[in-house]
Design a protein around this ligand. Structure first.
Ligand SMILES: *Cc1c(COP(=O)(O)O)cnc(C)c1O
Length: 293
C-alpha cells in the first residue's frame, strides 16, 4: 500500500512540475530521504543513460545538454506563487527535478522526491526489480533500501488534505511574513536588505555600519534570544559583504514575524554598550597584520 501512496505523490508532484504525462500514463519518480539522495539518483541516471561525459564540449555546443533542476526549496514554492514562471518540465531540456518534502513540502524531516520527465529519461540500469510477497515485479530505485513509509504517508496526507489552494495559502502566508520581517528590519534604519521580494520567502540583510560590530556578533547574541540566524560571507568577488539570513518557515506566524525585530533591536542596543571588537578585526583581517616586513 505504501507504494500506492508513493506513486500517487509522484503523480501529483509531476503534474505540479508540468511533466508531459499522457492520459492513463504514470509519472516517473520516487520518494527519497531528501533532496541530497534525490540529486544523487538523478546524477546516476544521467551518467548511465547517456555517456556524454566523454564529449561534454560537443554537447554544450549543440545546446542540448540535459538539465537536472535542484528545486529543493523552490519546487514547492514556484508552482503556487509563480505559476507562470517556466522553470520546470515546460522547458524541453529539463529531464529531472528534485524537491525536498521537508522544506516547503510541509512534511517533517526525512523526505524528498525526484521526478523524471518520462521513462526514457530514467536509466533502466538504475531500476532494481524486486518481487515483494509474490506480487508483480515492482521497480524500485532508491539508494536507501529500507526506509519507513511514515514520511510518504505524511506527504500524501498533506497533498490530499491541503490541495493546490492549501499549499498556495501556506506559501502566500510565508511571503507575507517575510514582508513583515523585512519592513520591520528596514524601520530600524540599521540594515540594508539584500534579498529580493520574489523567490524563496527569506530575508537577507546586512548592517549599514559594521565598523564597530559586525553581523557575526549580531548572530551570536541573537542565539541567546532563541533565534538561530546564520551570518556568512558572500562568495568570491563579494566577500566583503556579510549577510544575516532568515528563512521563513510555514509555521512562522504573524506575531512570530514581529518578534525577531524586537529582539534584534535589543541585540543592537546591547552591542552598542560593548566596546568595539578591535582584537577580532586585527586577528581576522589580513590588512593591518604585522607580517609584511
Ligand atoms: C536544502 C537543499 C539541499 C539538500 O536538501 P535535503 O532535502 O536536506 O537533502 C540541496 N540543494 C538545495 C538548493 C537546498 O536548498
Amino acid at each position: 500500500m505504501a507504494s500506492f501512496r508513493q506513486n500517487r505523490c509522484v503523480n501529483m508532484i509531476a503534474h505540479l512540475f508540468n511533466a508531459p504525462i499522457g492520459d492513463g500514463e504514470a509519472a516517473v519518480g520516487v520518494g527519497t530521504v531528501g533532496s541530497s539522495e534525490a540529486i544523487m539518483l538523478a546524477g546516476f541516471s544521467f551518467r548511465m543513460s547517456c555517456n556524454y561525459s566523454n564529449d561534454i564540449k560537443l554537447i554544450i555546443y549543440r545546446w542540448d545538454t540535459p538539465i537536472h533542476v535542484d528545486a529543493a526549496s523552490g519546487g514547492f514554492i514556484a508552482p503556487f506563487l509563480y505559476p507562470g514562471l517556466e522553470w520546470d518540465f515546460r522547458l524541453q531540456l529539463v529531464k529531472s527535478i528534485n524537491v525536498s518534502g521537508h522544506k516547503y513540502g510541509l512534511v517533517y524531516a526525512g523526505i524528498g522526491w525526484v521526478i523524471w520527465r518520462g521513462k526514457e529519461d530514467l536509466s533502466e540500469e538504475l531500476i532494481l526489480h524486486i518481487s515483494y510477497l509474490g506480487a508483480n515485479q515492482q521497480p524500485t530505485f532508491t539508494l536507501n533500501s529500507s526506509k519507513g513509509s511514515s514520511q510518504v504517508i505524511a506527504q500524501y496526507y498533506q497533498l490530499i488534505r491541503l490541495g493546490y489552494e492549501g499549499y498556495k495559502n501556506a506559501m502566500e502566508n510565508c511571503q507575507e511574513n517575510a514582508r513583515v520581517l523585512k519592513e520591520g528590519l528596514e524601520k530600524t534604519g540599521k540594515f540594508t536588505i539584500i534579498s529580493k521580494d520574489i523567490g524563496v520567502p527569506l530575508v537577507a540583510f546586512s548592517l549599514k555600519d559594521s565598523s564597530r560590530h559586525n553581523e557575526f556578533e549580531v548572530s551570536e547574541i541573537l542565539r541567546r534570544f532563541g533565534w538561530i540566524v546564520p551570518a556568512y560571507k558572500m562568495p568570491p568577488d563579494a566577500q566583503h559583504i556579510t549577510v544575516l539570513r532568515v528563512v521563513i518557515r510555514e509555521d512562522f506566524s504573524r506575531t512570530l514575524a514581529e518578534r525577531p525585530v524586537i529582539d534584534i533591536e535589543k541585540v543592537l542596543h546591547e552591542l552598542n554598550s560593548l566596546p568595539a571588537r578591535v582584537m577580532t578585526k586585527f586577528v581576522g583581517d589580513d590588512e593591518g597584520s604585522c607580517e609584511e616586513s
